[in-house]
Ligand binder design. Structure first.
Ligand code: SF4
Length: 162
């Protein structure tokens, strides 16, 4: 499972980079391939789930601390469009401490959510809770890439709030 510390230190970006390397090399995707299996376990551990803008707003309302920053995987794809991520509670604190996001009011975070053209987000589990709400850029998203490679990672909602 990924932790807030992985996000604070940037270890998460390195993990995504390694996962993308495996997913982008289609020949490595044979079932039972140990490298592929390791990536699959790590990706599934985020329990990513698509949520609507309304569900994102509900999670924001229930959070004590909210921060907004660039989606973390854009560090690997600087040429891609900017999309924003809302970080909640301890992840918001960790990202703000690291200078990777800014603490905002819930109202400001909702404005960010409502400004996203697709109005669909991926909620990811960090340190055991859904603390990352990403306005995804699907062509570069590691979860979307995994699905395209045949790894089923998007599950049913696993949090009573969403
Ligand atoms: S686009 Fe996908 S991989 Fe990138 S930060 Fe968002 S949820 Fe994570």
């Amino acid at each position: 499972m990924s932790t807030t510390d992985d996000y604070r230190t940037g270890k998460i970006v390195e993990g995504i980079r390694k996962a993308e390397m495996v997913l982008d090399s289609r020949s490595a995707l044979a079932a039972g391939d140990p490298a592929f299996e390791r990536i699959r376990e790590k990706i599934v551990a985020f329990r990513p789930v698509w949520i609507t803008a309304e569900q994102a707003a509900e999670l924001i309302r229930q959070a004590e601390i909210v921060a907004v920053g660039e989606r973390v995987c854009r560090a690997l794809h600087p040429e891609s469009p900017v999309t924003q991520t809302v970080f909640l509670d301890e992840l918001a604190e960790a990202m703000a401490e690291a200078g990777k996001a800014g603490i905002v009011t819930a109202a400001a975070a909702m404005q960010v959510v409502n400004r996203q053209s697709r109005q669909r987000f991926i909620a990811s589990m960090v340190s055991g809770r859904y603390l990352e709400l990403c306005a995804v850029w699907p062509p570069d998203c590691v979860f979307c890439k995994a699905e395209r490679a045949g790894v089923r990672c998007f599950g049913e909602h696993r949090d009573s709030r969403i």
